[in-house]
Design a protein around this ligand. Sequence first.
Ligand code: 13P
Length: 251
Amino acid sequence: MRPLVAGNWKMNGLSASLAELGSLQDGLAVLGLRLGSDVLVCPPATLIAQAAWKVAGGAVALGGQDCHAKDSGAHTGDISAQMLKDSGASFVIVGHSERRQHHGESDGEVAAKAQAAWRAGLKAIICIGETQAPRYAGDANQICGKQLDGSVPGGATPANTVIAYEPVWAIGTGKTPTSADITAMHAHIRACLVRRLGKGGREMPILYGGSVKPDNAGEILNLPEVGGALVGGASLKASDFLSIIRAISGS
Ligand code: 13P
């Protein structure tokens, strides 16, 4: 299975930031056949259409950071999965912890958004992850298992869904779980997916996210059951993001 290195720009980026996409494209072209992963960038929705022109014909796919659960209608300010697709996206992140925390998104809403993504022909990147307190209390597995059960719809397959494990306490903090903890959690997620989805659950990519940087990417991305990374801060600069991509490509 080819790994996926995905960048989530969050609420960062203006038209001028598209120059970073150009630099990313150039760096990937230099890697050429040594590029060992698929590469995705999720810029703010306002930039997707311009970004699509910028990356046309290259190795970078584009994604949205959220979508509405409905296809269209009276939802002022919201963006549908179809709109993202129409702008040039092929993926959309759903259930990011920043959406769950600051917009009160429930597991059920996240599942409905994943289904909306599929209807539009987008791949859903469904995020899960525990906060600090349950990690200390030894409840991380139970929390993540519950999120998976509630957020991943029954029709999920490796063709339409990617899981991203992002421990909330590791996001933007420079802290990461130990390699042993990442390995244990990814094994747990794999077991939950297989129990729920059967064969499809065995092949569904599981990304790790949370303070992935050029200096820790090599170690994290080589752990068992880590099918790639979801990168926040370090995806904003093409040079850092390329270092992470090179770490997985072994070059
Ligand atoms: P950081 O890489 O900045 O910790 O963010 C991770 C993240 O939330 C990606 O979705």
